[in-house]
Design a protein around this ligand. Sequence first.
Ligand SMILES: Cc1cc2nc3c(=O)[nH]c(=O)nc-3n(C[C@H](O)[C@H](O)[C@H](O)COP(=O)(O)OP(=O)(O)OC[C@H]3O[C@@H](n4cnc5c(N)ncnc54)[C@H](O)[C@@H]3O)c2cc1C
Length: 556
Amino acid sequence: MTNDKTLSRRQWGQSVLAVGAQLGLSSVGLPLRALSMGAPTAATLAMLMTEDAYAAQSDEYVPNLVVGTGYGGSVTALRLAQKGQQVTMLEMGRLWNTPGKDGKIFCKPFSPDDRAMWFKDRITAVFSTIGGVIPISSLLKVPVAAGILDVVSSPNMNVYLGRGVGGGSLVNLAMLITPYRETLQRILPTSISVDEMYKTYYPRALAGLKGNQIRPAYYQASAYHKYARVACAQAAKAGIPWRTLDSGYDMAYMEKEEAGTVPKSALGNEGGFGNNYGKNSLDKTYIADALGTGLVNIRPLTEVTSITRAADGRYVVATKQIDVTGTVLATRTISCDRLFLGGGSIGTTQLLVKARATGTLPNLNEHVGTRWSSNGEIFMVRNVHTSTGAKTSVLPVTGIDARDHRNQQVYSMNIAIPLGIDTFSTAHITMTQTPELGHFTYDAQSDKSVLQWGVTAKDEPTTSAHTVYDRINTVNGANYIKGWFAGKTVGDDSTYHPLGGCPIGLATSDIGEVKGYPGMYVTDSSLFPDSLIANPALSTAAMAERNIERIIAQMI
Ligand SMILES: Cc1cc2nc3c(=O)[nH]c(=O)nc-3n(C[C@H](O)[C@H](O)[C@H](O)COP(=O)(O)OP(=O)(O)OC[C@H]3O[C@@H](n4cnc5c(N)ncnc54)[C@H](O)[C@@H]3O)c2cc1C
């Protein structure tokens, strides 16, 4: 659908984001009638935003409130708005559309600044040293501000998260992986049809996220994927199949990067602090489409700090609005008929565990805060004793499918070591089952819900990863490089893929409605009750597509 000769609704939504950011607005979204005004300009936006009463109000009511703008929240907001519902989205991170001093939205990985980390004074990485030589923690100090990458640390586990309008899609490696059938059959409640997930919701989410794959001929010829070709060849020699993977990065753009006709992003070391080009993050897809309905309003830098339920049955959230330095600008409450929790596995679970412990939502059941997993994630770097090339694509394109010592599925993706030199090494993130799961407890003193992840919970995933890569190493004469992980063969205390905390079918109904609380829904990766053994973004979007379809059917 177009509103004039040149702009689709998605493009119009993207323009709303861009112009809103230029104005430094605390709230972004335009009413439907503004569609007829064509491309939004600073002037039209400023005029229309004066009609947004938010800044002036101390408390307010909205019909549908979505907390968080990651995969679950964005899918939910778009589908509600397409059915004519007004939707308000709250996001604790920034709206990433304002260029910094270097003229770019996102900072460079090797010259990080106040855009890099979420209120930390130095960058954090899953690797303790670069190649066993340079300690990463001492390397790069950054100003403390509302940056894009957060690390939530608890005993034995560091969870990496994206902060901003678009959630994890802003910082992730854009892999869009459909999990193995045996995994979904094992972990989902039997009332959820796995067939329907594969037939309807995975394809729908993949299309919505603009999933695509690298062109085989380009992959084979590219200097930037040599490391992946070496890794795949070594796996194949050990009898382990490899495949190219679906990605939310625009592979046609990547080809142009290598040809030198467009600015480099994935091929220019960009990734974990955001991609200035090429990536179809949520702000370019679901969120742009949602804004394009004219019914969605997004409030960045606005965190939900608690949830309660009023006597009339409405949900009431307390919010804190900050600026990029962390100064609190306002605290308000917002009430709503329907509350959709899309703060991610950590964010949503922390809110609900706190609500149960402090008595603001006393009927939450004992499953809230349980079945948390790291997706069995294990990091490793191997010396492969052959050239892997000096150039690397930070956005990966290949992975392998293997079996561990108990014949359980292991999936591993090849990732880059973007140092600009030939390291003769390959790096991998392996995903597998986590028989020992985590849970959350509430600490009254700090007023925080804290992840409890046992020191032995990493043992089985580590053994699984070793089963696969010991074999690959033996066949190819390769070895683990321990220097990257403080003397260990693998990195076992971090994850990019937090899952669970509000397990579907236990803490919620099988469409995500929180048990004991009609009208309050969990929409995000906290629903998955176990490892997905696949990168979770696509599954999170697919599950949100499934659930919101059923929620809307019940609303009508
Ligand atoms: C470095 C990195 C690489 C990754 N690579 C991949 C990959 O290649 N493929 C893949 O599938 N997955 C990847 N992931 C994981 C993927 O991004 C997440 O699984 C996914 O984003 C989860 O979606 P979600 O909707 O559950 O939550 P999120 O996308 O995390 O979104 C939650 C949003 O809610 C906001 N929020 C949280 N609490 C509150 C609150 N109280 N108030 C207001 N806002 C709040 C957060 O700031 C965030 O923006 C990666 C993650 C990282 C960190």
